[in-house]
Design a protein around this ligand. Sequence first.
Ligand code: GDP
Length: 392
Amino acid sequence: MVVDTGGVITVSKSKNEVMEELAITTTIGMEGIPLASREAAVARMPSMIERQATAAVEESSAIIFLVDGQMDKLMLLDIRFFADQPSFSPLPISALSGTGTGELLDLVCSGVSEDLHEEQDEDYVPAISIVGRPNVGKSSILNALVGEDRTIVSPISGTTRDAIDTEFTGPDGQKFRLIDTAGIRKRAAVASSGSTTEALSVNRAFRAIRRSDVVALVIEAMACITEQDFKIAERIEKEGKGCLIVVNKWDTIPNKNQQSAVYYEQDVREKLRILQWAPIVYATAISGHSVDRVIVAASEVEKERSRRLSTATLNQVVQEALAFKSPPRTRGGKRGRIYYCTQAAIRPPTFVFFVNDANLFPETYRRYMEKQLRKDAGFPGTPIRLLWRNRR
Ligand code: GDP
């Protein structure tokens, strides 16, 4: 395949990158080879390129077999030959105008999705970070989690200078890599207040979020939710990270009764609407009480973030949602149609809707679909992504 055509781009099966940037690992350009005479071109091709190409193909989950649309008929014959192969999908694109590149991404993702599933390798250890404003109790939680009596496996040097990661095992056996941002532990003793500290702590939180799979966002039971909390929440959602909200210092709420948590939850949900899918854990870090629940919740979040729905279940959910409410008709009488839906990635779960025209699905309808997906298929604790792609 490589030898006969103008070039090959292989796509590695590295999980999230596939969705986001197509993770193109190897591009072997053969621009200099005269296309009119393929045999001559093949003969001249350096064997190194061939070897490299073969290796690239072997390592790949999907191969983009790229030909020049303006090329001679021989190439079209090739395409026809490959089009008979079950896993081959021809697709016209224009890299210059961007036409068809979305579809290309979808195709690649649907091709590698099974591999992604298998990629839930044994040595994958999710990273968790504990973030929040100063004094909410982050270091207290962290100490309760990985205190000396806990099973600390090993300290690992973080990739950034200011972080030291610690591996630990939760009560349910789930291993985590705990991201300790710049001296959360040390800082406990230092008085921290004022806007500079707040701003610093947000930046630190942003850095920790980036490196995390699951984020425990700690807020203080008696304090209000602030702009800082909101910024952190927004960032977690934007980066597609799992999240649980830890309401710490639960002991400071006077006259608690069974309704307290309900009222509190309403308030948190209202103010942190962007994280409405995140579970809430009430904790009292200083007593060590309920900190285990934080970690159990974190491993549930992690599982949801790595969960894959079968295409059959997914399409059943989508069909039911469609039957209940169809996309709105435009003034011109046009209506969106969903051909099918597939889960293209995990961490976070990402669903691609193949439709007649993505423009016929307004934001309200997209949100409706997301709501239905969550209602029927769950995914608590993780953002989910819905991508809408034209397919003719
Ligand atoms: P950090 O700045 O977020 O790391 O917060 P710390 O863990 O240093 O806690 C700040 C203060 O809150 C300390 O004086 C802690 O003893 C106190 N604190 C932490 N957790 C709790 C809790 O669950 N209940 C109460 N009453 N105080 C707590």
